[in-house]
Design a protein around this ligand. Structure first.
Ligand SMILES: [Zn+2]
Length: 133
């Protein structure tokens, strides 16, 4: 996290501001990321090992989920409504996903992630139709 704090402070601040609780879950899948906009906002993170590759995935996932929460939370404040009333289009579907992927791409770029990660995230943005239906 120091890497993010030093090199991409805007994302570090977003994680601190929007994610109130992080729970780690262990399981067979290495990269599980889930989020909830309800109070307290929280995310689940799957078990990760300690190599650099995982660190990049970890940071990318963290920022990605934090941005889902950010979009939802900002909307509740702007419109003075409950998180459950926020339309899914605001923070999910193509529009929401794309914003999260762009944030993920940007933070990975700022912390110097290898090009293969940037390519992977970029492809997700380009191929972002998969969650539409
Ligand atoms: Zn997402």
């Amino acid at each position: 996290m120091n890497l993010v704090k030093n090199k991409a402070k805007i994302y570090y601040d977003a994680i601190i501001k929007y994610v109130q609780r992080i729970e780690c879950v262990s399981g067979p899948d290495s990269y599980i990321f889930m989020y909830s906009c309800d109070s307290p906002t929280y995310m689940y993170i799957g078990s990760l090992s300690q190599n650099d590759d995982d660190n990049f995935c970890f940071v990318g996932g963290l920022v990605h989920e934090a941005y889902h929460i950010k979009q939802c939370k900002d909307y509740t404040i702007e419109h003075q409504i409950d998180p459950l009333q926020v339309p899914y289009d605001v923070y999910g579907n193509r529009q929401g996903e794309t914003r999260c992927l762009l944030a993920e791409y940007d933070v990975l770029k700022q912390i110097g992630a290898p090009q293969k990660y940037l390519d992977w995230v970029y492809r997700e943005v380009i191929d972002s139709e998969w969650w539409e239906e």
